[in-house]
Design a protein around this ligand. Structure first.
Ligand code: SF4
Length: 88
């Protein structure tokens, strides 16, 4: 899935209809605190401007991705699985 997803891409991802985990990051809200990287380092990294990007949503257990989304201080992480929004 896209590393820097905008809302159009998010809407399209929601139409996939598979069990694939999809992560979107609202980069305007990301403050580069790094908690997501600490909790799920195979799914997130910080880029050159210290904003979070998605590496591979399938590389971490969904539990870790949800923990990352929950502890994000700006609630910048959105998670879906198939057609279901699982966070927030
Ligand atoms: S936890 Fe949230 S604010 Fe911090 S780097 Fe990750 S997405 Fe950005």
């Amino acid at each position: 899935m896209s590393l820097d997803m905008n809302w159009v891409e998010w809407d399209r991802a929601m139409e996939i209809g598979e069990d694939e985990v999809v992560i979107a990051i609202d980069r305007a809200e990301c403050i580069g605190s790094g908690q997501c990287v600490a909790v799920a380092p195979r799914a997130f990294r910080l880029d050159d401007v210290m904003k979070a990007v998605v590496i591979d949503p399938q590389a971490e257990p969904l539990e870790n991705i949800l923990e990352a989304a929950e502890i994000c201080p700006t609630r910048a992480i959105y998670v879906s699985q198939g057609r279901d929004v699982v966070f927030p």
